[in-house]
Design a protein. Structure first.
Ligand SMILES: [Ca+2]
Ligand SMILES: [Ca+2]
Length: 282
């Protein structure tokens, strides 16, 4: 599932590497979404965003199996995030719904994404490939709520291929894609209701389930693992893919064209010791 380690685990972006050695792949990550579709990106259809959304991440109760299915009682009890689609080519386009849920255990952050999708497509199977060009979901996150301009990116396509990195901003510029950084122990599984890469028919959708060991978030400050009441800043995103897709996200970045790398607009996630499904949990 993941490529070979290329750098020391304590070197989030390979600080020993010269900037001149940044690879083409890293540059793609560096420049973000507008690079892939240029002027063909859709424009904004929602009003400007206001307050940041907040989500309480409850504790796993009976257990999560990372199998690409969201049928566990814990997932059914977890609160739903409905991603918004701030940008469309045509306001009359029906929105392709995306639902996400988050839970945690002492070891892992769990996320499940359920994506309605009439045209499911992905071909990239190499770790750290340009998954953001395909049908892909993402989490951008930092445990250090006091410094949102350094954060982790996990971008997973419908095949379960992962692009993982750490990225840094300085003086208003995003400095590095940092895709040479590799997470450890991440589990991803997907299920597809439809026909992958066959767009002669219409598909129903797909589910991606991921468990990220908290130890992967240890480089940027904040408390690892989190404790009750700890706040992270994060966003959940969905890329449009190559065929009639839509860019969606939890906390609206507010940009005129699709752009997810706006950390000051990341939502607020609060960890709770409350077990999901507990009687007083709603
Ligand atoms: Ca499952
Ligand atoms: Ca990586």
């Amino acid at each position: 599932m993941r490529g070979a380690r290329r750098r020391r685990p304590d070197s989030p972006i390979g600080r020993d590497a010269s900037p001149r050695l940044v690879t083409a792949a890293a540059l793609l990550v560096l420049t973000g979404l507008p690079l892939q579709a240029g002027d063909n990106l859709p424009g904004r259809v929602l009003p400007a965003p206001s307050e940041l959304p907040s989500y309480t991440i409850e504790r796993v109760s009976s257990g999560i199996t990372v199998d690409g299915r969201a049928d566990e009682p814990d997932w059914k009890a977890a609160a739903v995030i409905e991603l918004i689609v701030p940008w469309l080519h045509d306001e009359a386009e029906p929105v392709q719904a995306t639902e996400a849920r988050m839970l945690w255990s002492p070891e892992d952050l769990f996320i499940v994404y359920k994506c309605a999708d009439p045209f499911i497509g992905a071909e990239i199977v190499e770790h750290d490939g340009a998954t953001y060009l395909e049908d892909t979901v993402e989490i951008f996150a930092t445990p250090n709520a006091d410094d949102v301009y350094n954060y982790y990116g996990y971008e997973m396509n419908v095949l379960g291929t992962l692009l993982d990195y750490v990225t840094f901003w300085r003086d208003g510029e995003r400095l590095s894609g940092g895709s040479g950084w590799q997470s450890e122990g991440v589990r991803i599984a997907t299920t597809i209701d439809g026909t992958l890469n066959d767009h002669s028919d219409k598909d129903s959708g797909w589910i991606l389930e991921i468990a990220i060991p908290f130890d992967n978030f240890r480089h940027l400050g904040g408390r690892i693992p989190p404790r009750d009441g700890d706040r992270w800043r994060l966003n959940l995103n969905r890329c449009a893919g190559r065929t009639a897709g839509q860019y969606a996200m939890w906390s609206d970045s507010g940009t005129p064209k699709p752009q997810f790398h706006v950390p000051e607009r990341f939502g607020v996630a609060v960890f709770s010791e409350r077990a999901t499904g507990a009687a007083d949990s709603r």
